[in-house]
Design a protein around this ligand. Structure first.
Ligand code: MTE
Ligand code: MO
Length: 211
C-alpha cells in the first residue's frame, strides 16, 4: 500500500504538471460511491439500448455488445467528493466511434444524452461531451472487468486526458455505473445528482460542484 509520503510526492508532481484540478487531492485507492445497492446482473438477460433522437433505435445483448469495436483510453478521473485517481486505463465502446462507423446515427435534433442505469439512476450530459474521446462505455479497468461495486458489467466513464486541452472534463458522477441505455434527447433533463443539487454541467476545472 502507498505510504502517505509517496502519495504527497505524487500529488505534487501532478500539481506541477497542471493535472490536479482545484480542490482535489490524489488518491491511490478507488473509493466506491453510489446511492442504493449494487444491482444483481444476469448477463443472459442483459440488454443495452440506445433510443430517442436517433435514426434507428439500437439494442444489443451482452454478446452483441462485446462484438462492437472497442478502444482503450487513459484518463484521470475526478470525483466531486474531492478525490482524483490518475492514469486509469479503461477499455470499452466509444460513442464517437459508433457514430463514426454509422452504427448509431443521432438526428439533428439530438442535443443531450441521458445515461440510464439499472435501479433507476440517471445522469445527463450534452451530446458534445458524450461524443468526446474521454467518454467511454467501459467494460474494463486496467485490464480487468470492472468489479460489481464499480459498475459491472458496463459503466459510463468520463475523465481528463492530459494532452487534450480541447476537451471538456466533468466530474466522475457523470458516468453511470450499471449502465443499461443511452437516451438521445432534444431538451436537457437533470439526472439523479443534478436534481439533488449538483451542478448541471460539472466542469472539473471550473470547480462546478454544486448548482
Ligand atoms: N448507477 C449509479 N452510477 C453512479 C452513481 C450512482 O449512485 N448510481 N454515483 C455516481 C457518483 S456520485 C460517483 S462519484 C461515481 C463513483 O464511482 P465509483 O464508485 O466507481 O468510484 O459513480 C457515479 N455513478
Ligand atoms: Mo460522487
Amino acid at each position: 500500500m502507498a505510504n502517505p509520503q509517496q502519495r504527497k510526492k505524487e500529488q505534487k508532481k501532478m500539481q506541477k504538471e497542471g493535472r490536479l484540478p482545484p480542490g482535489q487531492s490524489l488518491t491511490k485507492k478507488f473509493p466506491v460511491l453510489h446511492y442504493g445497492s449494487v444491482p444483481e446482473v444476469d448477463l443472459s438477460e442483459w440488454v443495452f439500448r440506445i433510443w430517442g433522437e436517433v435514426e434507428e433505435e439500437r439494442r444489443w445483448t451482452w454478446e452483441e455488445f462485446n462484438a462492437l469495436p472497442t478502444r482503450e483510453v487513459k484518463m484521470d478521473v475526478h470525483c466531486v467528493t474531492r478525490w482524483s485517481k490518475f492514469d486509469t486505463v479503461w477499455k470499452g465502446v466509444s460513442v464517437k466511434g459508433l457514430v463514426e462507423e454509422g452504427i448509431v446515427k443521432p438526428l439533428p435534433s439530438a442535443n443531450f444524452v441521458t445515461q440510464h442505469a439499472a435501479g433507476g439512476y440517471t445522469t445527463n450530459l450534452p451530446l458534445d461531451i458524450i461524443m468526446q474521446d474521454n467518454f467511454l462505455l467501459a467494460t474494463h479497468l486496467d485490464g480487468e472487468p470492472i468489479t460489481p461495486d464499480h459498475g459491472y458489467p458496463l459503466r459510463g466513464v468520463v475523465g481528463h486526458m492530459p494532452e487534450r486541452e480541447d476537451m471538456k472534463t466533468v466530474y466522475f458522477w457523470k458516468g453511470a455505473k450499471w449502465l443499461r441505455g443511452l437516451e438521445f434527447r432534444t431538451e436537457d433533463k437533470k439526472g439523479f445528482w443534478e436534481e439533488a443539487g449538483y451542478h448541471n454541467e460539472g466542469d472539473v476545472w471550473k470547480e462546478q460542484r454544486r448548482a
